[in-house]
Design a protein around this ligand. Sequence first.
Ligand SMILES: Cc1ncc(COP(=O)(O)O)c(C=O)c1O
Length: 392
Amino acid sequence: MNAEAAIVEGTSKYLIENYGRLPMAVVRGQGALIWDVDGKEYVDLFPGFGAGGVCGHCHPKVVEAIKAQADALLSHGNLFTNAPQVDLAKRITENAFGGKVFYCHSGAEANEAALKLARLAAGEGRYKIISFNNCFHGRTMGGLSLTPEAFQKGFEPMLPGNVKVDMGDLDAVAAAIDAETAAVIIEPIQAEGGVNVPSIEFMRGLRKLCDDNSLLLICDEVWTSPARTGKWFAYQYFGIVPDVMTLAKAIGGGLPVGVCVAGANCADVLVPGTHGCTMGGNPLCAAAGAAAMKLIADENLLDRALAIGERVAEAITQAGADCVSEIRGKGALIGVQIDESRQAKDVMLKCMEKGLIVCIAKNNVLRLAPALTTADDVLDKGLDILIDVLKS
Ligand SMILES: Cc1ncc(COP(=O)(O)O)c(C=O)c1O
């Protein structure tokens, strides 16, 4: 049995099989490249399922920050504070809408914090949350309650008071609001749901409905930020400001960081005793996140996200593959709509055979989210494989 087969076998023997993992064991990553245990190289245009999103695998600046912090202190709980968590919070809030942050480790936990914050801010008796069909907000009971029914099967009952409407339908949102509604949660671009971009008018209308009804507007930016779409945060495309924003995946530079950012109007409702996370804001992960945020600013990765998005769209469009019916998204969050003649999953698996990692999303969409540090020649190498598979 070769090394990869042994790891794959050990995975099914010792790990709960809740993921449908592919039979590939990875050992090393550098930028937009990743290697399996047998030494096969892949161009990774979907690093870390979003978590390697800004700087790619093992960016030297992030690794340097992690090593320095690892020599000093890994974690200490939240009886005390530390400099890296302040540094990361400052970089987030100063590029967003001010306010303050709560730290945890994942997107689902960040959304849990947002839900609890929203209930406290709304006051007693107001607990309902409006979310959108095709959304995804995580696998905890709170996040799951917001997410479409297909994910909820077998886990009912959900939290009470969750109402789902179509993204884009302001009348439906208005009709869903009542005296018990506390908040609306939306991804500024639905990622798992198929890379669906709402209109500016819809997002502005949503903001107005929230203002008129004293509801918190929560933007779940777990996939879309930081920098992935060409803005620090994707809400910035719509000329609106949310009350609360949640972050995870790429904000940790490759380590687990979840963040709930709350505006000055609501941050202070979470007082001691209301919420917590033992290792949230630990200096090791915060240092990695702060290094990633610094990299975005130092290397102007906002513009790079836009350039990557344009290069990918142009290459696929010019190739003229019959099965591609639309390319959508913003910056380097790219959805390629595959028509009924092909299965996006087959395309993904064929790409993998040929040394390219891409992913899929709902409704037969192929999903690319290259690291923003990906050089043009590596990007082109990956696109050549993708185009070859799309046209075969
Ligand atoms: C928009 C969005 N929110 C929340 C989550 C949950 O994040 P995590 O898997 O880190 O809990 C995801 C995961 O893909 C997501 O796409």
